[in-house]
Each structure stands twice: as structure tokens, then as C-alpha cells.
Design a protein around this ligand. Structure first.
Ligand code: HEC
Ligand code: HEC
Ligand code: HEC
Ligand code: HEC
Ligand code: HEC
Length: 209
């Protein structure tokens, strides 16, 4: 399938949408028929915590089927970016991989508890965090940003951070968000128009595999 895709890309890219659509439908059927099998691990999945795209509702499952990205992901803890950023924390305190690796990574529960052993310990949400640590489990965060495997997109943070692109360009202003909410419009036009502007590479294989 991948080799075929590459061939089609080089032969003429007007036919790629069809191929990708077929791949998408096939993948959707495959995931339907696999019932309760574990979700597909995304290629960039590297985190000490657990990261899933499990569906919280039938509606979000239906959206997934049609390759629409959900903006209503339910998280296991009512985490708040707003409060932590107001308390002077930096993105890289928690998303340690963002400048070096392909993955920003989500902090593990041990990091949370370095502070929450003493901060806000009586709050119900913090008690839940503490319970995960006590059980030796990670918080099962649901992934907010990803590309469907059928789109064959590869993304890396490193080059963007080194080129000085602000997180908010792609993720919105986190100071206004509690749990992260997917910013709309992370489509090909968005990526390519900035690449043109900054003379970053725009050949298909830069972003597709
Ligand atoms: C550097 C210290 C620090 C770290 C690390 C940290 N927090 Fe916090 N957190 C705070 C502070 C300070 C507050 C605000 C407490 C307050 O207002 O009483 C807070 C508030 C919260 C709240 C809101 C509590 C409430 O109901 O008012 C939640 C939920 C939370 N943190 C979860 C987490 C999770 C999950 C992690 C790990 C991913 C984490 N925190 C990591 C310092 C930290
Ligand atoms: C050019 C756009 C862009 C910029 C700038 C950007 N991101 Fe991302 N980010 C993405 C995309 C796209 C994904 C989904 C990646 C994937 O599925 O491969 C993502 C995923 C993530 C994730 C999910 C976990 C992971 O490891 O992939 C976190 C956390 C994250 N970004 C944090 C940040 C932080 C923090 C910054 C700034 C220091 C930042 N991002 C800057 C586009 C961007
Ligand atoms: C105290 C730790 C902490 C800090 C500081 C923090 N984050 Fe997060 N971030 C988290 C946690 C925990 C999650 C998972 C819950 C969620 O999705 O909101 C997360 C999720 C995200 C996601 C969605 C990841 C996904 O699932 O695709 C993005 C994007 C993100 N953060 C960006 C940022 C940016 C940009 C900053 C700085 C402006 C920042 N974060 C600061 C802890 C933190
Ligand atoms: C705001 C501007 C901007 C946006 C939006 C943006 N990029 Fe980039 N991208 C850059 C810059 C600047 C570089 C660095 C080029 C360099 O290092 O010479 C880069 C580099 C890259 C690279 C590495 C290229 C290499 O050197 O091999 C990839 C892959 C990439 N971007 C993919 C994406 C994808 C996928 C998206 C959309 C989700 C995206 N970019 C959105 C500006 C952007
Ligand atoms: C700078 C990054 C980047 C470059 C360069 C790029 N793409 Fe994309 N492409 C994307 C992203 C991001 C998506 C959207 C994936 C999603 O939302 O699921 C996408 C989606 C697509 C789709 C699916 C239909 C659609 O529009 O959502 C096709 C087909 C496609 N790209 C073909 C190509 C071809 C052919 C080239 C070379 C001429 C190319 N792309 C160059 C980033 C890029």
C-alpha cells in the first residue's frame, strides 16, 4: 500500500485522494470488524503515560469513521493548562521532548506528584491523580492532536521549534485552555502555505510517507 502510494504521488497527484480515500475506508472497516481490539498505536506515540484515541461517544466514533477530528475529547482528569501557565510553568517543563524529538510527550504521573504531594492535595481531581500513582498506573490521557494513518502524514516538532515557530500557531493559546482542545484547520493548506512563506521544503515526501 505505501509503495503504491509513493508511486501514485510521483505519477500524478490528482489520483492520490482516491487512493487515500480507499485506504481510509479500508482502515475504518478493519477497525470496525476488529471489535474490542486495542486501538491503532500512532507512529509518533512515545510517552511514559498512556495515550489513546478511544471514543467516548458514538458520535465521536462516527466522526472518526469519516476522518473528522474530534474537538470534544473527554480526559480522565480535569487538567488545566490555564492554571499551571499562570503559575509560571513553561511548556517544556511538561512537554520535555518538544525541542529535540518528533514527540512533545505528555508528562508522567510522577512529575505531577512532585508538586501535588503538597499542592492542592484536598481537591478531588488531585486525589484522582494521587490514586493513579498509588496504583502504579499512568493517567490514561486521550490524544487530542494526531493525523489519521490513512493521510500518511509525518510530523516532527524539532525543526519547527528550532525555526522559532510558536506553539500557539498550531495549538492555539494554551493560557485560555483547560484541557487541550484541537485547533481547527491543521490541514495541508495550513502547513504548505507557511512552508512556502518560510522557504521550508514543500515536496510531497517532506510531509508524507
Ligand atoms: C511545578 C508544580 C506543578 C506540577 C509539576 C503540576 N502541577 Fe498541577 N497545579 C500546580 C499549582 C500551583 C496549581 C494551583 C493550585 C491551586 O490553585 O490551589 C495546580 C493545579 C492543578 C489542578 C487543579 C486543581 C483544582 O481542582 O483546583 C489540577 C487538576 C492539576 N493541577 C493537575 C496536575 C497534573 C495532572 C499534573 C501532571 C501532568 C500537574 N498538575 C503537575 C502545580 C503543579
Ligand atoms: C507547526 C505546527 C506545530 C507547532 C509549532 C507545535 N506543534 Fe505540537 N503538534 C503539532 C501536530 C501536527 C501534532 C500531532 C503530531 C502527530 O500526530 O504526529 C502535535 C502534537 C503535540 C502534542 C501531543 C503529544 C506528542 O508528543 O505528539 C503535544 C503535547 C504538543 N504537540 C505540544 C507542543 C508544544 C509544547 C509546542 C511548542 C513548544 C508545539 N507543540 C508546537 C503541531 C505543532
Ligand atoms: C503542568 C504540565 C503542563 C504544562 C506546563 C503544559 N502542558 Fe500541555 N499538556 C499537559 C497534560 C497533562 C496534557 C494532557 C491533557 C490534555 O490534553 O490537556 C497536555 C496536553 C497538551 C496538548 C495536547 C496533546 C495531545 O493529546 O495531542 C497540547 C497541544 C499541549 N498540551 C500544549 C502545551 C503548550 C503549548 C504548553 C505551553 C504554553 C503546555 N502544553 C504546557 C501538561 C502540561
Ligand atoms: C508557521 C509556519 C509553519 C507551519 C504552520 C508548518 N511548518 Fe513545517 N516547517 C516550518 C519551518 C520554518 C521548518 C524548518 C525548515 C528548515 O529547517 O529549514 C519546517 C520544517 C518541517 C519539516 C522538516 C523538513 C525537513 O527539514 O526535512 C516537516 C516534516 C514539516 N515542517 C511538516 C509540517 C507539517 C506536516 C505541518 C502541518 C501540520 C507543518 N509543517 C506546518 C514552518 C511551518
Ligand atoms: C508541509 C506539509 C505537507 C506537504 C509538503 C504536502 N502535504 Fe499533503 N497533507 C498534509 C497534511 C497535514 C494533510 C492533512 C491530513 C489530515 O488532516 O488528515 C495532507 C493531506 C493530503 C491529502 C489528503 C486530502 C486532503 O487534502 O486532506 C493528499 C491527497 C495529499 N496530502 C497529497 C499531497 C501531495 C501529492 C503533496 C505534494 C505535491 C503533498 N500532499 C504535500 C501535509 C503536507
Amino acid at each position: 500500500m505505501d509503495r503504491l502510494l509513493v508511486k501514485v504521488i510521483f505519477r500524478g497527484w490528482n489520483r492520490v485522494p482516491l487512493i487515500l480515500a480507499v485506504a481510509g475506508v479500508t482502515a475504518a472497516f478493519a477497525s470496525c470488524s476488529s471489535g474490542n481490539q486495542p486501538q491503532v498505536k500512532h507512529p509518533s506515540y512515545v510517552t511514559t503515560g498512556q495515550f489513546t484515541t478511544a471514543h467516548s461517544t458514538v458520535l465521536s466514533a462516527a466522526k472518526d469513521y469519516f476522518d473528522v477530528y474530534p474537538t470534544d475529547v473527554q480526559q480522565p482528569i480535569a487538567f488545566t493548562h490555564k492554571v499551571h501557565l499562570k503559575n509560571g510553568m513553561q511548556c517544556t517543563d511538561c512537554h520535555k521532548g518538544v525541542a529535540e524529538g518528533p514527540d512533545a510527550t505528555i508528562p508522567n504521573v510522577q512529575l505531577c506528584m512532585t508538586c501535588h504531594q503538597v499542592i492542592a492535595t484536598n481537591k478531588p481531581e488531585i486525589k484522582k491523580v494521587a490514586a493513579y500513582q498509588k496504583e502504579g498506573e499512568q493517567i490514561p490521557w486521550h490524544r487530542v492532536y494526531w493525523f489519521y494513518p490513512s493521510a500518511h502524514v509525518k510530523f516532527r516538532h524539532g525543526p519547527h521549534i528550532r525555526a522559532g515557530v510558536d506553539c500557539a500557531t498550531c495549538h492555539g493559546d494554551m493560557k485560555q485552555q483547560t484541557v487541550a482542545v484541537r485547533k481547527a484547520g491543521l490541514d495541508m493548506k495550513f502547513c504548505v502555505s507557511c512552508h512556502r512563506l518560510h522557504k521550508a521544503p514543500t515536496d510531497c515526501t517532506t510531509c508524507h510517507f
